[in-house]
Design a protein around this ligand. Structure first.
Ligand SMILES: NC(=O)c1ccc[n+]([C@@H]2O[C@H](COP(=O)([O-])OP(=O)(O)OC[C@H]3O[C@@H](n4cnc5c(N)ncnc54)[C@H](OP(=O)(O)O)[C@@H]3O)[C@@H](O)[C@H]2O)c1
Length: 317
């Protein structure tokens, strides 16, 4: 019988684009699960990996993809046909990841998920929804009646943060960098362009900030938080440096706090599944742009340039 072939994206060299290869379906060893991948997220972490700019990197050639979702084909621990999320245990970082039609992962990297979940959502939601939850509830600790700025408000983390903050009873100002994103700020927030941010435009300073953008947007938004307020930093796509004048910082009296999903992922596992159920039920919205495996360059470009609205995923169905 002819050997079954499958397609995968393979990176030969950091900084170069991956290429599509046809290869045999990978074989699993004991302790590993073979999955037919249905969708794989294209995330900022993956871009850093393919650019060779992350602290943990696989040896090329390798298949990128740190988050995926698929159906179990063969496993000692997962029932055949179960829908599983693939994440962690070095997937896409220390070993081949999910940008492929078939993936072999350590058993513990596969987690059973809602059978009726959309695979493109199931592989994409955890990072943005988990980070948004941690930022809103644990780090910025937003309370009812507070006024909150969320930057990158049409982005994946930002759009979920807007919804969670509004749900917590806050008045939310959703900031975007480009006019085309204004209509994509979730309902329940006042949408505003970053360049229009000012105390006058907001009607006074706010209690808290959830920043997903960094760079000059963070500098501008931080100045609009009241003394005693909190700022939670999630990401820095627009710039990774912040200059602080210590005298002004003491006077401003605003706590700038990091949101690190990696250290919180275990604690957020349960919340994550709940958020996926809410997205699946339509109670929470997370937009996912979908691209076939052969359109991976478009997917990468949309994410890299910040043009994407929400998450970006490769779909293999
Ligand atoms: N700390 C953590 O544990 C954690 C967890 C998840 C994500 N993150 C990070 O959080 C950030 C947001 O994640 P996300 O999934 O929400 O990303 P996203 O949807 O791609 O980006 C959020 C927003 O950032 C702006 N942006 C993106 N690329 C840009 C660029 N090259 N230059 C300027 N602005 C750019 C865009 O907003 P406008 O078009 O409105 O300007 C975009 O909507 C990313 O940096 C991600 O790595 C961190």
């Amino acid at each position: 019988m002819a050997e079954k072939k499958s397609r995968a994206l393979v990176l030969d060299e950091f900084g170069s684009p991956p290429r599509i290869v046809e290869r045999p379906v990978p074989a699993r060893s004991p302790g590993e699960t073979l999955v037919r991948v249905r969708a794989a997220a294209v995330g900022h972490l993956d871009l850093n990996v393919i650019d060779g700019r992350f602290g943990i990197l696989p040896e090329p050639p390798f298949v990128p993809g740190t988050d995926a979702c698929g159906t179990v084909i063969e496993s000692d621990v997962h029932p055949e046909g179960a829908l599983v999320r693939l994440r962690g245990a070095g997937v896409g970082l220390r070993r081949d990841g999910g940008w492929a039609e078939y993936a072999v992962v350590p058993d513990k990297a596969a987690t059973a998920t809602l059978p009726d979940a959309d695979p493109a959502v199931a592989c994409s939601f955890f990072s943005p929804a988990g980070a948004a939850w941690a930022a809103v509830h644990d780090v910025a600790a937003i309370r009812e009646g507070e006024r909150v700025i969320v930057t990158g408000a049409a982005g994946a983390v930002g759009s979920v943060a807007v919804q969670l903050a509004a749900r917590a009873g806050a008045e939310v100002i959703g900031v975007v960098g480009r006019p085309a994103k204004l209509p994509h700020v979730p309902a329940g927030a006042k949408a505003i362009l970053a360049r229009d941010l000012s105390e006058e435009a907001l009607g006074g300073r706010v209690d808290a900030l959830v920043d997903t953008v960094g760079g000059t947007v963070l500098t501008a938004a931080l100045a609009l938080v009241r003394p005693g307020g909190r700022a939670a930093l999630v990401g820095y796509s627009a710039g990774r440096e912040l200059t602080v004048d210590l005298a002004e910082w003491l006077l401003a009296d605003v706590a700038l706090l990091p949101v690190n999903l990696m250290t919180r992922a275990r604690d957020l596992a349960e919340v994550g599944e709940r958020l996926l159920a809410e997205i699946t039920a339509g109670d929470l919205t997370l937009n996912v742009e979908r691209y076939g495996l052969d359109r991976f360059e478009d997917a990468i470009e949309r994410l890299r340039t910040g043009a994407a609205v929400g998450k970006v995923a490769l779909t293999m169905d």
